[in-house]
Design a protein around this ligand. Structure first.
Ligand SMILES: *Cc1c(COP(=O)(O)O)cnc(C)c1O
Length: 428
């Protein structure tokens, strides 16, 4: 009987059906879970059961093993351990993210699980998503975890690196691309430094989902995603993912993380697992479109900044995005993000008030936090992140036509200009 304790442990019959042929990401995202299907339904059924009957044959009863003879690849015991919809979602993630993948209630729950399992004494982390820093603070309280500034490490001599105290078993947590700017960090350099010190590397790859980059393929021990963003893609599910490098999987990491998750209890609900499978089918279509549109809009905004007569240059002081990291693009960045740049970028307005007002002038962009969905979002970032510039607007590009989004932004700038004129002509 097959071992069915986790999706990643079962045979991937899709690969067996195409010996010697590497299926594309889009084909995997549509079919990697086919082998688990226990019915003739093309779309997966929704299961709500928290518990699963044991075998009626007393001789077959075994601790933590419960193989359903009618669904050998879809067998479960209790849904805090595994459940059909989330396991099927994990089979897709495993195939697409390049390593055994486990899901959690949210991105932060995944990051928490990572810190609980690795329990580093020190973490090298730089500016980025503020919630991860919140989890680090929480761990500081529990374990005395020390924080080292990640971005100060490149270029340091071996003596200076040693002086940071970073050593075997500590963790480099590299967020790239970075929230909220969408700019990228040089991952290969951080992996190299971490390896010389014996540290582990985790990558928060939320802003660069497949097919944009492959942190595990580059040698990261763990890739983390807030699946709430691109993997879910429709602003309707919370989800976190940890993907384990195949070498670490050989050392038993997947089982360790799964055992911890059973105790932390931070498993996704079945509805979210079901939505996750639905979402993965179109991951590549969505992300490539969003990435291309974002890059075109950034190019337009950045070139307009140089034109003093343009409406954009009246209000926008700076644009941030990986596609504008010109020097890096000539070297490490094109290798790191061969599939395109992330669909999130930021603009810094001339004045705080303009950042407060622009979102309300737009029709296609929702003024809301989060990112990664099919709907374009803009957020005056100061509303949820006290650490960012108060003039900054974070923009997440959805699947709408980029020309329409450009038009909407232009209309927004024109409305700001109109308002400004009104203020100017108003009698004192
Ligand atoms: C949203 C986000 C998270 C947190 O994910 P949740 O699913 O909201 O818990 C972590 N990192 C980055 C970069 C994010 O954008």
């Amino acid at each position: 009987m097959p071992d069915t304790k986790g999706a990643h442990e079962g045979p991937d019959s899709l690969d067996q059906a195409f010996p010697g042929h590497q299926l594309s990401l889009s084909s995997r995202a549509v079919h990697a879970d086919d082998y688990m299907n226990s019915s003739q339904a093309v779309a997966p059924p929704m299961h709500v059961s928290t518990t699963f009957r044991y075998d009626r044959d007393p001789e077959k009863l075994k601790q933590w093993e419960n193989i359903d003879p009618t669904a050998p690849y879809d067998s479960h015991i209790y849904s805090r351990d595994s459940a059909p919809n989330t396991t099927r979602f994990e089979a897709l993630l495993t195939s697409v993210l390049g390593g055994a993948s486990l899901t959690y209630t949210s991105g932060l729950a995944a990051f928490h699980a990572l810190l609980v399992q690795l329990n580093p004494k020190r973490i090298a982390i730089g500016p980025g998503y503020h919630g991860c820093h919140g989890v680090v603070e929480l761990m500081k309280r529990l374990t005395g975890l020390e924080v080292v500034d990640l971005d100060q490490l490149p270029g340091k001599s071996p003596e200076k690196l040693a002086a940071t105290g970073l050593t075997k078993g500590d963790l480099f947590h590299v967020e790239t691309p970075i929230n909220p700017t969408g700019e990228a960090r040089d991952l290969a350099t951080f992996i190299k430094i971490a390896k010389t010190l014996g540290c582990y590397v985790s990558v928060d790859a939320t802003f660069g989902p497949p097919p944009l980059q492959d942190p595990v393929g580059m040698g990261a021990d763990v890739a983390m995603h807030s699946g709430t963003k691109y993997l879910g893609g429709h602003s309707d599910m919370l989800c976190g993912v940890l993907t384990i490098h195949p070498e670490r999987a050989k050392e038993g990491w997947v089982e360790k993380f799964k055992k911890d998750r059973l105790l932390l209890g931070s498993v996704m609900g079945s509805l979210e697992g079901w939505l996750g499978v639905r979402s993965m089918r179109t991951l590549e279509l969505r992300v490539l479109r969003q990435s291309e549109s974002a890059t075109k809009l950034v190019e337009w905004l950045a070139s307009s900044l140089g034109d003093k007569a343009s409406l954009v240059s009246k209000f926008v002081a700076r644009v941030h995005h990986a596609s504008l990291q010109t020097e890096a693009k000539k070297t490490w960045l094109s290798q790191q993000m061969p599939g395109g740049f992330g669909p999130v970028f930021s603009i810094v307005m001339e004045e705080e008030k303009q950042a407060r007002y622009l979102p309300s002038k737009l029709s296609l962009f929702h003024h809301a936090t989060s990112l990664g969905g099919v709907e374009s979002l803009i957020e005056w970032r100061a509303l949820t992140d006290s650490t960012t510039d108060k003039r900054l607007l974070r923009i997440s590009i959805g699947v709408e036509a980029w020309e329409d989004l450009k038009e909407d932004l232009l209309k927004g700038f024109a409305a700001l200009a109109g308002e400004k004129m009104e203020l100017e002509i108003r009698p004192a």
